[in-house]
Ligand binder design. Structure first.
Ligand code: PMP
Length: 355
């Protein structure tokens, strides 16, 4: 740390992204919940065309993409804010609505960026333990009087709440905002977007990084009542007015146009998840009921970290978290069917060698 680094940030523990191995070794990469499919044909074409006009700033209003995304989701453009990944809209929500008087609350096991955003913005926060089975106990959040952040499906567990359960939380906290992070919603949960018409305190966030194969382009969105969107626009125009670059905008428009492409890929991922879950269960794994594009699993016969290291040694990357409650687990992104077959076979080998 340099002597110039502000004391304000000296205790900050930054978010640690999953490994992005460089070309030195070809891994089967099942560690960061990316899509195994490339961006859609229109996304790729639009992207190439946008490259020819990069001498111009991108549209700060992100007008066309915002309109398309709003129409796709049955809301008005004024109820949408497009961002640089959904990480950015999450940060905007922390910055715009949380402070000493409006602390944040989220589960103890959830997306690791929430506590980092809270710390960065000097927002007090509290975590609420998930139940023993890693499900969210809705009762814990009823009338809690704090700003609530819930990933639905949750990460890294993949467990989803129903819209009716989330509505109870939102309705019981009218003086606080509730952020529902739907990064993985396309893989099996129900979206809360329709609820934004009824509740002025709900923000739904989504991403193009998972089901729409655009993790590298960085595109996310917030959907909420227009007053909340206005507030977050104040933060956006005070930090980075051109937060979505022109290539990403073009790719996002292409991805939304090729909706069938997304749906077909999503169906393949869901069936690969079911195949791999069944096979891993046959090998003795225990796992949560995932509605996401990953499996969260542990085996009584092998330590979580050991399995992660053994898989890495054999060319398969999964995600292991060194946190006491979940250190026996690994989060395995669902890849192509043949990648999941390779995973199952490799795990079988590792277990046989240990037996
Ligand atoms: N929310 C959750 C629960 C996530 O797992 C991720 C991906 N790491 C994000 C949000 C952010 O994704 P992105 O910024 O790529 O949209």
């Amino acid at each position: 740390m340099s002597k110039f680094f502000s004391k304000r940030h000296s205790a900050l523990v930054p978010y640690v992204p999953g490994e992005q191995p460089q070309a030195t070794r070809k891994y089967i990469k099942l560690n960061t919940n990316e899509s195994p499919f490339p961006p859609s044909p229109s996304a790729q074409e639009n992207l190439a065309a946008a490259g020819r006009n990069l001498q111009l700033y991108s549209d700060p209003k992100c007008k066309r993409l915002t309109e398309l995304f709003a129409e796709y989701n049955g809301v008005e453009p004024e109820e949408v804010l497009m961002t640089n990944g959904s990480d950015e809209i999450l940060n905007f929500a922390f910055m715009a609505f949380c402070d000493e008087a409006h602390p944040a609350v989220f589960p103890d096991i959830t997306y690791g960026f929430y506590p980092v955003f809270a710390q960065l913005n000097r927002i007090p926060y509290e975590t609420i333990p998930l139940r023993e089975d890693f499900s969210v106990n809705v009762e814990d959040y009823i009338g809690i009087g704090k700003n609530i952040f819930i990933a639905n499906p949750n990460a890294p567990t993949g467990i989803a709440l129903t819209v009716a359960e989330i509505e109870r939380i939102v309705a019981s906290n009218p003086d606080n905002i509730v952020v529902i992070d739907e990064a993985y919603v396309d893989f099996g949960a129900e979206s809360c977007i329709p609820l934004i018409k009824k509740y002025k305190n709900l923000i739904v966030t989504q991403t193009f990084s998972k089901s729409r194969s655009l993790a590298g382009a960085r595109l996310g969105a917030g959907i909420a009542d227009r007053e909340l969107i206005n507030d977050m626009n104040t933060i956006k125009y005070s930090t980075n007015p051109y937060n979505v670059n022109a290539m990403t905008m073009a790719a996002g428009i292409g991805a939304l146009t090729d909706d069938e492409y997304m749906k077909n890929n999503r169906d393949v991922i869901i069936s690969s998840r079911e195949y791999a879950s069944d096979e891993l269960k046959k090998l003795g794994f225990e796992m949560t009921d995932s509605s996401a594009n990953f499996i969260f699993a542990k085996h009584p016969g092998i330590d979580g970290k050991e399995l992660y290291l053994e898989l890495k040694e054999r060319g398969i990357l999964v995600r292991h978290f060194d946190l006491p409650r979940i250190c026996q687990y690994n989060r395995i992104t669902v890849g192509l069917p043949e990648q999941m077959q390779a995973l199952v076979e490799t795990v079988r080998e590792i277990l046989e060698e240990k037996a």
